[in-house]
Design a protein around this ligand. Structure first.
Ligand SMILES: CNc1nc2cc3c(=O)[nH]c(N)nc3c(CCc3ccccc3)c2[nH]1
Ligand SMILES: [Zn+2]
Length: 373
């Protein structure tokens, strides 16, 4: 049976929304956190472990996969789901953001971005058309329009120029996207921190028509206050019957605040990256397991957590693994951190369904502020 790509809105609580995104590879309950699997793997995790945390959708990267192993190669091997054995939905970024942050010798023109691979120096050109082709070869359930993530800070003139280029590229992305039942294309709102530019961008994208709308150009160093103020005037501009995805966000308090402002989907490297740097997320903030204070502590990292690290092991053991640079250390902490993020999203979904998301947010932020004991 061929699923149509669609967003079902089940409940609202203020601006917060409870919904389900239906894709060719299955549903995604929102608000959702999507672990990042940049090079076709969520680092240090088996796909079945990622699924066990409750994550339904993972992210892939056009930039990394086009350089290695190559988009055509993954296409010949049956697409990214087959290649990495992930059965659920996959969202891939369009590559522009990663080119600007990783590639060498970049040259930006109206056509697209020419660059050299940070891996072997090979020359590449990424255009809206090529980005759509790559994401099609990867068989991404959700494709992101090819855009330029406006740097922060940017003057109103710089933000306007950058946003208008992204809007021209959004149109070219839509024209090049291959429509298939259950597959969606998301536009990306730009415009920096400027209300008039965000309005112009949201209107331009709706004129083109997308299956979902991302808020781009944030989580680039502007800080939580400016991110929230930008969301305050941006999310109300977006259609209520389509998913909203805040790209690159964030730490738990960022996500809670953004859900209250009407965002449905999130991605961030924090739970995976910090799992590899001995940081464990808990209800009372993050805990650095390298710290000697844990070496005799028999307690689990987080007594409320059902992950293998918290169910079977002590902080003392995790500390030992980190100090010994044992591979099991990053594995257990990564699993725990993704589980923690999924549990926060589950709590948010339940709270929205019961009309008490403000109370949930207040309790969450107050507990996080307490710090670890
Ligand atoms: C960390 N902060 C952050 N801000 C971002 C802004 C944009 C933006 O304005 N445009 C695009 N296209 N991507 C962005 C990303 C990358 C998100 C991502 C990473 C990995 C896999 C899939 C998706 C961002 N990430
Ligand atoms: Zn845990």
């Amino acid at each position: 049976m061929l699923t149509q790509f669609r967003f079902d809105l089940h409940a609202t609580d203020g601006a917060a929304r409870l919904g389900i995104v239906h894709t060719a590879h299955g549903p995604m309950d929102t608000p959702a956190f999507m672990p990042v699997g940049t090079a076709g793997t969520v680092k240090a995790m088996l796909p079945q472990s990622v699924a066990a945390t409750g994550a339904q959708t993972i992210l892939g990267n056009t930039y990394h996969l086009m350089l290695r192993p190559g988009a055509e190669r993954i296409g010949r091997l049956g697409g990214l789901h087959e290649f990495m054995q992930w059965k659920g939905p996959i969202l891939t970024d369009s590559g522009g953001f990663q080119v600007m942050s990783l590639a060498k010798l970049r040259k930006m023109t109206e056509e697209g971005v020419a660059f050299q691979s940070h891996i072997d120096g090979s020359k590449h050109l990424l255009t809206p058309e090529r980005s759509m082709q790559i994401q099609h070869l990867l068989d991404a359930d959700i494709t992101m329009a090819f855009d330029e993530c406006t740097p922060f800070p940017a003057t109103p003139e710089q933000a306007a120029q950058s946003m208008r280029l992204s809007m021209r590229w959004a149109k070219r992305s839509k024209d090049a996207f291959v429509e298939r039942p259950g597959y969606g294309l998301f536009g990306i709102v730009q415009g920096g921190i400027y209300q008039d530019l965000r309005q112009e961008s949201a209107n331009a994208l709706q004129g083109i028509g997308f299956d979902g709308y991302a808020v781009g150009g944030l989580a680039v160093g502007e800080g939580q206050e400016l991110m929230f103020s930008t969301l305050d005037f941006t999310t109300p501009l977006l259609p209520t019957d389509r998913p909203r995805y805040l790209m690159g966000v964030g730490k738990p308090s960022d996500i809670v605040g953004a859900v209250l402002r009407g965002i449905d989907m999130f991605d961030c490297v924090m739970p995976t990256r910090s799992g590899r740097t001995a940081q464990g997320f808990t209800r009372r903030g993050t805990v650095n397991l390298r710290n000697a204070r844990h070496q005799d502590d028999p307690r689990p990292l987080d007594e409320h957590c059902a992950c293998p690290a918290c169910r079977q092991y002590s902080r003392a053991y995790l500390h030992h693994l980190i100090r010994s640079e044992e591979i099991l250390g990053p594995m257990l902490l990564t699993w725990h951190n993704i589980q923690f993020y999924q549990d926060v999203m589950k709590g948010l979904r339940q709270a929205i369904g019961e009309g008490r998301v403000q109370d949930f947010a207040r309790d969450f932020l107050a507990t996080e502020a307490l710090g670890d004991i």
